[in-house]
Write a protein that binds this ligand. Structure first.
Ligand code: NAP
Length: 447
């Protein structure tokens, strides 16, 4: 397993893939810990999570630097990612006792309730774009619910994967989290192990469907957080300047590599010409540089991903999209750009652009905007920029999306369930729904 710094192509980390014996040892130790952890008092589980938060605080600079070196996000954004993990831990340590409490239900019986029972070792296949956050968001709720957690991280962030195992190794607690180092194609085999009781994957459709297929054959619960191509709809009544500011931030943060980024900007025709001018101004000022020095944009995480983005842009241009600037790429360095006059049928509209390119499409009525937003295989989220959000609430039922945000771009928040519909996946992370993803909801009745 090799990590290559996408800014300068230096190899920064190398290790052998895990041997069968190492994988067996990891699953065995997690399964053994599960035996006692599942029935440990919730207060003890919360204190584990607070120990984890303390370790994040102590090692923030070191781990933020590691993320930046391995996948190229600007250092201040990597530090922000660690802060978000701390927030997640603190939120869950406070609310887990309530989220996981027995639920009493009125029936004709003396007593009826639902109890939340942990399942066992949960296997997670994770992506490189938020190397800490994605793992924390899956692992913290699963462990708090009484499960243990086996991670197979993306191969290009293997150093982060090792650091994550260190982070979750909290003194005074059993082994609750292990990392293994295998390639994606070998991941479905791990699901077959009888000690694995559930699987969660964040990543592409191809990876998700291969894991989910194996899980389905073996009747194991699975949760999928896959791609997205979120629209931001700038309605006629929107605050235009604020909308453009949020669209730029929502598209280009994390070097444009976020599942919930604003990928398609749908603009009321009234604003269309102004949109071109404002986006051009914003992108001309944007800096691309060494992510350790905090430019607006670092490189994309891998050269092959930048190549794929270039191909999607060039194909869209040959189908009629108008590029704001000439497409410019050097290895993993991809200069920010925007494509105008984008339409269904073009790759930039039908597929996910996972990098620093914003697509822009005009519309003339809100019904047309809804149709455009719903177009395509994804359903992660949408934002609507408008003057009176309450007036638009009835329209939410027409949007096939996991989330609708008004006057903001879609964000994840430990308080709120997060997930998609259509090929963006199924199941929910975060909030009460998230912590209940890998539990048996056991019905108990006393007659
Ligand atoms: P990816 O290629 O699917 O990789 C994700 C993980 O899946 C990696 O650990 C990878 O391992 C593994 N994998 C690859 N092929 C596999 C297979 N056939 N079976 C099982 N596992 C396999 O995705 P990515 O390029 O890293 O991530 C980008 C995608 O993730 C985008 O579509 C993005 O929108 C999505 N994403 C979604 C969310 C969400 O919350 N919905 C969040 C972040 C990202 P290797 O690295 O070893 O190949």
């Amino acid at each position: 397993m090799k990590s290559i710094n996408p800014w300068n192509q230096e190899i920064i980390f190398e290790r052998e893939a895990s041997s069968n014996e190492e994988i067996e040892e990891s699953i065995q130790s997690l399964n053994a810990s599960f035996g006692q952890w599942r029935s440990s008092p919730i207060i003890q589980r919360c204190s584990f999570i607070l120990g984890l938060a303390a370790s994040l605080k102590k090692n923030k600079s070191k781990w933020a630097e590691l993320m930046t070196l391995e996948m190229g996000k600007p250092l201040s954004q990597a530090e922000g990612e660690i802060d978000k993990c701390i927030w997640l831990c603190e939120h869950h340590a406070k609310h887990a006792p309530r989220y996981l409490a027995d639920e009493l239900i009125e029936t004709g019986a003396k007593k009826a309730m639902v109890r939340h029972q942990a399942l066992g070792v949960i296997f997670a296949v994770m992506p490189w774009n938020y190397p800490f956050w994605q793992v924390f968001r899956a692992a913290v709720p699963a462990i708090l619910a009484g499960n243990t957690f086996l991670l197979k991280h993306a191969s290009n962030v293997s150093a982060c994967s090792e650091a994550l195992e260190d982070a979750f190794n909290v003194e005074g607690f059993p082994s609750l989290f292990k990392s293994i180092f295998i390639s994606g194609k070998d991941a479905p085999e791990i699901v077959e192990d009888p000690r694995i009781k559930g699987v969660t994957l964040t990543g592409s459709l191809k990876a998700g469907s291969s894991i989910a297929k194996t899980a389905a054959e073996l009747i194991k619960p699975s949760l999928l957080e896959l791609g997205g191509s979120n629209a931001m709809i700038i309605t006629e009544s929107a605050d235009f300047s604020k909308s453009i500011e949020l669209a730029i931030q929502g598209r280009f943060q994390n070097n444009g590599q976020s599942c919930i980024a604003v990928k398609r900007l749908l603009v009321h025709e009234r604003f269309y010409e102004r949109t071109k001018l404002e986006i051009e101004k914003a992108l001309r000022d944007m800096t691309l540089g060494d992510p350790m020095n905090n430019p607006d944009l670092g490189p994309m995480a891998r050269e092959d991903l930048a190549e794929e983005l270039e191909e999607q842009c060039r194909s869209s241009i040959s189908s009629g999209a108008q590029a704001l600037f000439e497409i410019k790429r050097d290895k993993a360095h991809f200069w920010p750009n925007a494509l105008f006059d984008c339409k269904p049928g073009m790759k930039c509209f039908d597929e996910e652009l996972f990098g620093p390119v914003l697509t822009v499409t005009p519309f003339s009525s809100f019904d047309e905007a809804i149709e455009l937003s719903n177009h395509g295989p994804f359903g992660l989220g949408v934002s609507i920029m408008c003057e009176n959000p309450e007036d638009y609430l009835p329209a939410c039922s027409k949007l096939a999306e996991g989330a609708v945000f008004f006057n903001a771009f879609v964000k994840s928040d430990p308080n709120l369930p997060f997930g998609g519909v259509k090929t963006s996946g199924y199941g929910r992370e975060l909030g009460k729904e998230g912590i209940l993803s890998f539990v048996n909801k056991q019905t108990i009745v006393i007659e």
